[in-house]
Write a protein of this length. Structure first.
Length: 269
């Protein structure tokens, strides 16, 4: 098993689900991906549910804030970039034309964080680890394998992320942008056109790796989810599908035609 011990600065390290029905979400995702649940109390009340494989953290979910639920907001996934100095990143976010949603805050003994938005208004998190380093398992079946910015303003937001996190980028013949951190390709960006529809917001979308996209999509439907985009060829890379969970959270599943990169900062266990 390749277990991540430490993420490099500037690389996505964690995703979490904010949901309107945590118990129902647990049933859906454990049924779909075989995740185990480790419920942990939150200071001030509530529960943060770690979702694990073989006892290793993969992702998490928690209840959406009541004021957001009152607005009718569906469940959503947050993505976090690792950095050892979130206070410095907060300053870079505002200097580059983004916004910080709340000041840097400590999360008990686990780490320190901020939530920011890019110039288009797309939210993302930054995580400074203490006891919690992020996902311990990635780039293997039923774990996170890719983060992708879906945006209508690529020329505006690409320089923002390059300035904030020091990312480099390369654009292929189809206009798809690959973001790199110290030479490692770790995230992407796709421009949203009129085919996406005005109701689809710009977002940092997440991909979970699976072995059989068609079988997983069928299982998601049986568990109460919706297949928004059926299994589709993604060029030479593989096959993907877009799934919506019963509470409205949207994510991608993908299988690959070749090997994927090993996890960053891993050790064999």
């Amino acid at each position: 098993m390749q277990v991540v011990k430490r993420y490099p600065d500037g690389m996505f390290c964690w995703v979490e689900l904010s949901t309107t029905d945590p118990e129902a979400a647990k049933m859906f995702y454990t049924g779909l991906f075989g995740w185990e649940v480790d419920d942990r109390p939150i200071d001030g009340g509530g529960t943060y549910s770690m979702l694990q494989l073989e006892g290793k953290n993969v992702t998490a979910l928690s209840a959406m804030q009541p004021e957001m639920q009152a607005q009718g907001i569906p469940a959503f996934w947050n993505s976090y970039v690792k950095h050892d100095d979130v206070d410095a990143i907060a300053e870079k976010i505002t200097a580059a034309g983004g916004a910080v949603m709340f000041p840097p805050m400590d999360v008990m003994q686990y780490g320190r964080m901020i939530m920011g938005t890019d110039p288009e208004g797309t939210p993302f998190g930054v995580w400074q680890p203490a006891e919690h380093i992020g996902a311990e398992l990635v780039n293997r079946p039923n774990t996170l394998v890719w983060n992708e910015l879906q945006t209508r303003q690529p020329d505006k937001v690409k320089p923002f992320y390059e300035a904030v996190f020091g990312w480099n980028s390369a654009t292929d013949e189809n206009g798809y942008v690959a973001f790199m951190e110290n030479g490692r390709v770790h995230a992407g960006m796709i421009a949203m056109d009129e085919k996406w529809g005005p109701e689809v917001p710009a977002t940092w979308s997440i991909y979970f790796m699976v072995e059989d996209v068609a079988a997983k999509a069928e299982l998601a439907q049986k568990l109460g989810g919706t297949v928004m985009v059926p299994p589709t060829e993604a060029g030479a890379m593989g096959i993907f599908a877009v799934i919506q969970d019963p509470q409205g959270g949207v994510f991608n599943i993908m299988s690959f035609k070749g090997p994927v990169d090993p996890p960053p900062g891993y050790e064999k266990a």
